[in-house]
Write a protein that binds this ligand. Structure first.
Ligand code: GLV
Ligand code: MN
Ligand code: MN
Length: 414
């Protein structure tokens, strides 16, 4: 198929500059960003997106959960829009590109369409979904889950961070960041969703291929384990009389590593542990820890989840344990039509490409339940992500934005 004029109008330097400007908000000493959901920093990032959007003449709107939309009008405004985008929140020790790339590539694509003088029948909207990462308010993917009707607003609004501040408490900060934005209800008909993202793994870089055509996303279970023991004096309490929650939690983590983290196909992470009272001379009375399990096969994932409670109980010595699941998602496969559209855009642009299955979770998972959905990956340096050292090349980011722009033209006129 012939290529529209949009990809040639993608401006590599402009796209890179916007990444660097956004990365100043919440910048960390090690070169990454800390821009957690509904923080002051995230609000400033929202304001910057809205400023860019109004300079370009696009309407900005926010829905009831503070998903932010930037709309380039179609020749038939009544048609359901094509959506693109990702998230601008980050992990506390996050990088400049995870999430930000999908939003900035979306803005770049809209601007490229303008500069190429392209009209589309459908409107195209670039969205920044609320709280993809879930490190402050867990679990994440809040904006896309609400949009797709997978999780009720009231349940999301009640989620609190470690300091006791709830989503409902801090939502006004997000709304205040874009005072001129039109308010919309949560969820509306969408013709298709395409999310651009850095790969967050090493496959593209190793293969020397600039474009990943993503076929789906592996499933995940997010769990919590609470081990309850009893405070006791470190100097006077004999081992036989202790109910040491930290030692027993450590036994559990080790047993889970051996039983669940069987090989490289299984992904098992204990990334968070809270210890009470967390002082050197008192035996720990309570430990709360997180479990993140991923596997491409949904049945295997369900089996692994079911094993967790027994493994923890078998590790007990004198404490009690409680396990529960806070989020579960099966593996999903993207829409063949959208996957093929992305792939043919890359082929027609003569950009090397390969099909990939995503190990990381993305908002595209939630959207796949309500509209035809796909994703475009670009390489990132050494596959490093969820790390302040995360990096990507301006040329690769621009190539991904070219494929995105062409894909959007085809979907919005298809
Ligand atoms: C998303 O950031 C994930 O944890 O996969
Ligand atoms: Mn992301
Ligand atoms: Mn992430």
């Amino acid at each position: 198929m012939s290529v529209s004029d949009a990809p040639a109008a993608v401006d590599e330097a402009r796209l890179w500059r916007r990444h660097m400007s956004l990365a100043e908000i919440g910048a960390t000493a090690k070169g990454g960003v800390d821009r957690q959901a509904l923080s002051e920093e995230e609000a400033r990032a929202r304001a910057l997106l809205a400023e860019w959007a109004s300079e370009l003449g696009y309407a900005v709107s926010v829905d009831g959960i503070s998903n932010l939309f930037i709309r380039r009008e179609g020749t038939d405004p009544a048609l359901a829009p094509v959506l693109t985008g990702s998230h601008i929140d980050s992990q506390p020790t996050g990088g400049k590109f995870d999430g930000a790339y999908g939003v900035l590539a979306g803005i770049e694509a809209l601007q490229a369409l303008d500069e190429a003088g392209i009209e589309t029948a459908r409107p195209i909207e670039t969205v920044a979904w609320l709280n993809e990462e879930g490190s402050r308010f867990a679990p994440g993917m809040m904006g896309s889950e609400a949009f797709a009707g997978l999780r009720p607003f009231d349940e999301i609004a009640a989620v609190a961070d470690r300091g006791g501040t709830s989503v409902a408490d801090d939502l006004p900060r997000a709304f205040a960041a874009t005072p001129g934005a039109e308010r919309r209800g949560i969820g509306f008909p969408v013709a298709a969703f395409v999310e651009a993202h850095i790969e967050q793994g090493p496959a593209l870089e190793r293969a020397g291929i600039p474009i990943g055509v993503v076929t789906g996303i592996q499933g995940v279970r997010r769990m919590r384990v609470r081990v309850t023991g009893e405070e006791a004096h470190a100097g006077t309490t004999p081992k036989s009389a202790r109910r040491d929650a930290l030692w027993e939690a450590a036994r559990m983590v080790d047993a889970l590593q051996r039983r669940i983290h069987r090989d490289d196909e299984h992904r098992f992470t204990v990334g968070m542990m809270e210890i009470r009272p967390n002082v050197p001379s008192v035996v720990a009375a309570e430990v709360l820890f997180s479990i993140d399990i991923r596997h491409p096969d949904s049945d295997t994932l369900a089996r692994l989840e079911a094993e967790v409670d027994g493994i923890c109980r078998n590790s007990l010595v004198a404490c009690d344990v409680e396990t529960w699941t806070i989020a579960q998602a099966p593996s999903i496969w993207f829409d063949d039509g959208v996957v093929d559209t992305i792939e043919s855009a890359a082929v027609d642009l003569e950009l090397g490409n390969m099909r990939l299955f995503s190990g990381a979770g993305h908002d595209a998972r939630q959207l796949s339940f309500v509209c035809p959905t796909g994703m475009i990956f670009v390489p990132c340096e050494k596959g490093i992500s969820h790390n302040e050292a995360e990096n990507a090349s301006p040329a690769d980011l621009a190539d991904g934005a070219r494929v995105l722009a062409e894909t959007l033209v085809r979907l919005a006129n298809g």
